[in-house]
Design a protein around this ligand. Structure first.
Ligand code: SD4
Length: 337
């Protein structure tokens, strides 16, 4: 090969190489172009789904202010809901499946896109902490059922009965009719998802739930599925879901919300667009009768929003400016069912 041809070949390869470097930078470039940089970035910010998000935020906030890293703050924060027997949709005291078993799903994701997840886990009060161990201690992203339990026990977690007397009574009452038609905002809701923009401007998130009440034994929802119940890209933003998990999985919900933010949409526009897509895709679907899905999202500027199919969804926000409070989300339709 002549010197000139070698040079051309090298230059072309060099250009391809640079091209891929440029394309890996393009998300940042896109963000810089699309998210107005004149706005001051608010940080830290913690947002969590539903009212019990207030207590979860308070704990996560305390941890962040003490210098705890965001992932640990999330585990501590949503751990408050997991341990609370009065939160009947997460962890201890969660409503069981139709066989009376409390089965838990959770996942966590950090600024470097490392993920950990557990699904169909029984007998462990803090699935989010097990998900964090999956992220940190295994070569995998997701462990399920018996394997997840075995791993949790190996990691020193204690096995305990998570079915409280109150949840057992609710299940026995449900058994009288055994009809699966989740009650909107009550039986298919209240998963806690938390998104954090930390002091350094990095994003992370976690999600934990006992899933839809009276689900089939073995059913896994969206909450432990990265891309469905939770997703983030540290260059762009983070999103999380609550509601009918089947609908969120069908549409890769949280990943889509983040992708729309990458394309320049605000958190509000991104959540609204995907809620509308979910609504439209389910117009003639059997699940429409009890379809409720809500998203929360936050971008790198600390702007956040929530949006749901039906009214009733809200989320908790904590920042330096206004403290810890509830924000209501707008909804696609006006009727609650
Ligand atoms: C699920 N998304 O398992 C969850 C339901 C939920 O509290 O939000 N539950 O489908």
């Amino acid at each position: 090969m002549s010197g000139r041809r070698k040079f051309i070949k090298k230059t072309t390869l060099g250009t391809i190489g640079l091209g891929s470097v440029f394309s890996s930078l393009s998300a940042t470039e896109y963000r810089l172009k699309n998210i107005p940089q004149s706005k001051p970035v608010k940080k830290p910010v913690v947002i969590s789904t539903w009212k019990h998000g207030l207590a979860a935020n308070a704990e996560a906030w305390k941890q962040l202010k003490q210098g705890t890293r965001a992932l640990d703050a999330i585990v501590a924060g949503v751990g408050v809901s997991e341990a609370d027997p009065n939160v009947r949709s997460v962890g201890y005291g969660g409503l069981p499946d139709r066989e009376g078993k409390v089965t838990l799903d959770a996942c966590i994701m950090d600024k470097n896109s490392n993920c950990g997840s557990v699904s169909f886990l029984q007998g462990i009060k803090h699935p989010i902490a097990v998900a964090q161990k999956v992220l940190e201690k295994t070569p995998h992203v997701m462990l399920t059922g018996e394997g997840a339990l075995q791993f949790a026990l190996e990691q020193g977690f204690k096995e305990e009965n998570l079915l409280t007397e109150k949840s057992k009574q609710s299940w026995e009452k449900w058994l009288e009719k055994s009809k699966y038609r989740p009650v909107i905002n009550i039986e298919n809701h209240d998963t806690i998802s938390m998104l954090v923009l930390d002091e350094e401007g990095n994003l992370s998130g976690g999600c934990t739930t006992s899933g839809a009440a009276w689900k089939m034994h073995g059913r896994v929802g969206d909450s432990p599925i990265i891309g469905a119940g939770l997703f983030l890209d540290n260059e762009v933003g983070a999103a999380a879901a609550t509601g009918l998990g089947e609908a969120v999985i069908r549409t890769a919900g949280s990943a889509m919300v983040v992708e729309l933010m990458r394309q320049g949409k605000s958190p509000f526009e991104a959540c609204k667009t995907i809620v509308e897509r979910i609504y439209n895709k389910h117009k003639n679907h059997k699940d429409m009768a009890y379809l409720q899905v809500g998203f929360i999202a936050i971008n790198k500027n600390g702007e956040h929003a929530g949006y749901s199919v039906r009214p009733g969804f809200n989320y908790a926000v904590c920042d330096d400016e206004q403290g810890n409070r509830m924000e209501s989300a707008q909804a696609k339709v006006k009727k609650s069912n």
